[in-house]
Design a protein around this ligand. Sequence first.
Ligand SMILES: [Zn+2]
Length: 272
Amino acid sequence: MDSELASETSLLPESLLLGVNDVDPVFEQNADGRSPFLFTSDHYGRRLPEKLGKLGLPDSELDRHIAWDIGIAGVAERLSKLLDVHLIAQRYSRLVIDCNRPPHVASSIPLLSEATTIPGNEGISREEAATRRREIFDPYHRRIDEAIDRRARDKRPTILVSLHSFTPVYAGVARPWHIGTLYHRDTQLPPLMLSALRAEGDLVVGDNEPYAVSDITDYTIPVHGEARGLINTGIEIRQDLIADQSGQRQWAERLARILHGIEATLFGEVRV
Ligand SMILES: [Zn+2]
């Protein structure tokens, strides 16, 4: 028995990055949620694998938007509960590996973010980069793939919504939008989202602002949304609006109402 176990264990890939004190990169909530929406959160967390220390950065930098999408975790979890949506999120900092970048682009493991150099990312070998991908990026995207596969097998629709937040000031320039939709090839969901957000009356709504989706600067929407033919959009909420729990709750409730209405428009009826 012992020898069988030992030989099975030896078949598992050895972890070179994540150790016993590190958490699983993938966080999931409502895996059996009944909603047609599927939420992803690429920049949900700001954990660092113990082996990487603090990437050579002071805590003040690791608190900033360069490390994660401030506030989005609280919005995503509440929204997922309100609408019974499966949420798949990634717990490690985007400074370790950005889960919304193709792994071959330079910003996947950034040497510079806004005006901050990342000492722990300087001079890393191809093997070290591949390890970050294998232990953090791949499990997260594999889980999204599996979830979409399972829904397709069960003949359930999937509307992919990628949840993000953006810093109110970037490189010294203030951003006026409260919220923005981000999209590229989908022509169904982004217009519905834009018109619903504009109908709120009190919001400055970004149409592909502060970012637009592209195959070079994004991964989740092009790969899981567009390549698989799913209705999809990204949503970006300004971080100062969701910095505390009260803001997160208000935005989750607002978006729950809006997405519920969009579901009714797309499917002609609302689930009971
Ligand atoms: Zn983000």
